[in-house]
Design a protein around this ligand. Structure first.
Ligand SMILES: [Zn+2]
Ligand SMILES: [Zn+2]
Length: 465
């Protein structure tokens, strides 16, 4: 193990994936899986570590009585090794979201090793590729390949090292603790994963076998499954308050399963923030622990994005959602698509029996609405064929915001020369620079009170007719 290590550390990051890897030979993943070669596609070491060993543990548990002290220790050690992954592998080494003192680093490297999820160097490399190439083919655990694939399929099946996105891990290669752990990975795993939890229960209260099965094997299984959820569940379940273009999501269930790594939409937006949960009431024990380490002088330089930047992202996503909602509603035919009608033609058509009403230069067909008019049939009919701008805007009744919205869905034309609206329409046609606030799809945003039929100052109504 140690003799092979120096070359390994100097090689590109793909080296630790497979020592037998020969770039000139076609990789097994480039051949389709058949009944004859399927076993070559399987990564048997990983299958043993994440499936066969836990299976052995489950069976052995039937013959191993569980002592309560051992149960408590198994849970405590579960949290310690889980933190090795979340606070150590993930937030410290993959994202450098804070700086740790050497004793804390040694502790995290040992605990992370006890979780049996690969070396820091290997784990952080893949994780950086996951952030850089989220959801693409270069993402080592892309959820686009299925929930189970992102959970552990990517470890069960062999992966083509050429496919995984490249990332810079020079900082990790310069970290003696990372390099030491990588070179002595097998020793670390056996010591911290099995021997250490077993020694605690054995020397502590004589339960050697229980320590091995419960605090060792089964605890490893639970830590693995829990932290794998960051790659699967966190990309599948929950909300996307910061960006919905990719798969990462926020959900409290994922947070509960992963020691606080469940606010994954936030995390992918602000990966170098030492927090995953930004609200005080959200569950993020990894963040709390890092904060306590800071108070103890074990960690420092905790990185945090400015609240202003976080809120900007949240607001933009909210705006996007609003735009999508707005586009589902009927705001009336856009003015620029309406035909231009002469005043005489308007009057003639109204006399002919078509219930047309002009407000602020826009012609509306209210035929189907007359009997539903809340102000009664008489008032609305009296405005047919006239310029009802003043009547509608306070002359007779100052119509509500909802009334202006409803009116706009009835528009059928624009009066020639009559009002500003036609000048505006002509300018639009000639491509003059008239700016309106538009949403992300280029649709005009009609705010309350800014409908074209709304006239700010009520016009004297005496001679409106
Ligand atoms: Zn992710
Ligand atoms: Zn991450």
């Amino acid at each position: 193990m140690a003799s092979a290590a120096p070359q390994q550390a100097a090689q590109p990051a793909s080296a630790p994936r497979s020592k037998k890897y020969d770039p000139t030979k076609p990789h097994i993943t480039e051949q389709p899986m058949t009944i004859h070669n399927w076993y070559k596609h399987i990564n048997w070491i990983n299958v043993t570590l994440i499936l066969f060993v836990p299976l052995y543990g489950i069976i052995a548990a039937f013959w191993t009585p569980l002592q309560w002290k051992t149960a408590v220790w198994a849970v405590v050690y579960y949290f310690m090794t889980g933190l090795g992954i979340t606070a150590g592998y993930h937030r410290l080494w993959a994202h450098s979201s804070y700086t740790a003192t050497t004793p804390l680093k040694i502790f995290l490297a040992a605990m992370g090793g006890g979780a049996v999820e690969g070396s820091i160097r290997w784990w952080a490399r893949d994780h950086r590729a996951h952030h850089r190439y989220t959801d693409t083919d270069k993402d080592p655990y892309s959820v686009r390949k299925g929930l189970l694939y992102s959970h552990f399929g990517w470890m069960v099946m062999k992966q083509n090292p050429k496919r995984i996105g490249r990332t810079d891990i020079s900082d990790l290669n310069d970290d003696p603790i990372v390099v030491w752990q990588h070179r002595n990975y097998l020793k670390t795993v056996i010591t911290m994963g099995l021997i250490f939890p077993c020694i605690v229960t054995g020397l502590g209260w004589g339960d050697w076998k229980g320590g091995f099965i419960y605090a060792g094997i089964l605890r490893i299984f639970f830590v693995q499954q829990a932290t794998f959820c960051v790659n699967s569940l966190a990309h599948w379940l929950g909300d996307q308050p910061f960006d919905d273009r990719n798969s990462p999501r926020d959900h409290v269930i994922t947070a509960l399963a992963t020691l606080g790594e469940g606010y994954h939409n936030f995390h992918h937006e602000f990966p170098s923030d030492y927090r995953n949960a930004i609200e005080w009431h959200q569950y993020d024990p990894t963040k709390w622990t890092i904060w306590i380490w800071k108070q103890l002088g074990l960690a420092y330089d905790l990185k945090q994005f400015k609240q202003n930047e976080i809120e900007k992202g949240r607001l933009q996503q909210l705006q996007k959602k609003l735009d999508q909602k707005r586009q589902q509603l009927d705001w009336g035919i856009p003015l620029e698509q309406l035909p231009i009608i002469d005043w005489d033609a308007y009057e003639a058509e109204a006399k002919d029996g078509r219930a047309l009403i002009a407000v602020a230069g826009v012609v509306h067909d209210v035929t189907d609405f007359i009997k539903e008019h809340p102000g009664g049939k008489a008032l609305i009919t009296s405005a047919i064929g006239k310029d009802a701008t003043a009547i509608f805007n306070g002359g007779v009744y100052n119509h509500s915001n909802a009334a202006h919205n409803l009116l706009s869905t009835m528009r059928v034309g624009v009066l020639r020369g009559g009002c500003e609206v036609e000048i505006w329409k002509r300018a639009q046609r000639e491509n003059k620079d008239i700016s309106f606030v538009s949403d992300s799809a280029g649709q005009k945003i009609i705010r309350a009170g800014s409908q074209v039929t709304r006239i700010a100052e009520p016009i004297a109504s005496a001679d409106a007719a």
